[in-house]
Design a protein around this ligand. Structure first.
Ligand SMILES: [Ca+2]
Ligand SMILES: [Ca+2]
Length: 284
């Protein structure tokens, strides 16, 4: 009897679960300038999300079924004239309008027309049709020279503790950075990514460091990668946006391999920063 009741309850719960309205899925695209190749701005999808879920967009594949999914996805999201909201640094930054699907063997992307609130020489940001996203009212600005120097000093200290030589650290370049109040507590977090390489006895070493700091004096979170010539992996800060709407911005990081690129997402959950999504790599 108990078993029968359990089965019945299970069936009811399962049916209820299925009848729940599916979470609306939105697409997130990286907006980047690709001057040489496409004469302007392009968007490339890096995430399909219902807010708290992180899924990879369907990408071209040798598997016919996957390929069909990818083609249907492209036809839907890259329909000419489709308008997406643009966010940059968590702020509403304008809109993008799809001009043309220019996907090829290397990747999935469309050329777009950008109507930005603020014309920057090289705008980058996140385009999306996510209806739940709200513009952040928090502080967001570039790092000052003094703050960038603080982050550099912090990176040097962090790497020194990992036996990375000072001469290497001195040559590291900052690949991306921002100062923004990621969690809305009124205090500004600093984010910076660094990269560098050196040859030691014909062996090439590449190093990549992502640093998140409260005010340039302490490391809140770090992701350090040391790779060789054939497996180069670099993390470059791209943008931040509260994708799941929990009040803390996610960090969107562009990861670059030797001939490949993709996007990863870091999120603070239960007080700890961690990687919550590692997107597929595709194209340049
Ligand atoms: Ca803060
Ligand atoms: Ca969040």
């Amino acid at each position: 009897m108990v078993r029968k009741l359990a089965l019945f309850l299970f069936a009811v719960t399962a049916a209820w679960g299925q009848s729940k309205a599916p979470q609306p899925q939105a697409v997130f695209f990286a907006l980047e300038m690709q001057e040489e190749e496409h004469g302007g701005y392009i968007i490339a999808p890096f995430l399909v999300s219902g807010g708290s879920t992180y899924n990879a967009p369907p990408l071209p594949s040798e598997d016919p079924k996957e390929q069909k999914r990818a083609e249907a996805f492209q036809a839907r999201v890259f329909r000419s004239g489709t308008v997406y909201k643009l966010f940059s640094g968590g702020k509403a930054a304008g809109e993008v309008k799809v001009l043309k699907d220019i996907s090829d063997d290397l990747g999935t992307y469309a050329s777009v027309d950008v109507s930005a609130k603020e014309k920057k020489p090289k705008l980058q940001g996140i385009a999306t049709n996510a209806a739940w996203l709200k513009e952040s009212s928090r502080e967001e600005r570039p790092l000052t020279a003094e703050e960038a120097a603080k982050m550099r000093a912090l990176a040097a200290k962090y790497l020194k503790a990992r036996a990375v030589p000072t001469r290497f650290v001195d040559k590291m370049e900052i690949t991306g950075s921002t100062a923004g109040d990621l969690d809305g507590d009124g205090r500004v977090e600093f984010v910076a990514t660094f990269r560098g390489d050196e040859s030691r006895k014909d062996v090439q070493i590449n190093r990549s460091l992502l640093l998140l700091s409260q005010d340039g004096t302490d490391v809140v979170f770090a992701s350090y990668l040391s790779t060789g010539e054939t497996d180069v992996q670099t993390e470059v800060f791209f943008d931040h946006l509260d994708i799941d709407g929990d009040g803390v911005d996610e960090l969107i990081i562009s990861k670059r391999y030797y001939e490949d690129a993709g996007y990863d997402i870091y999120s603070r959950k239960l007080g700890k920063w961690k990687k919550v999504y590692s997107g597929p790599t595709s194209g340049p």
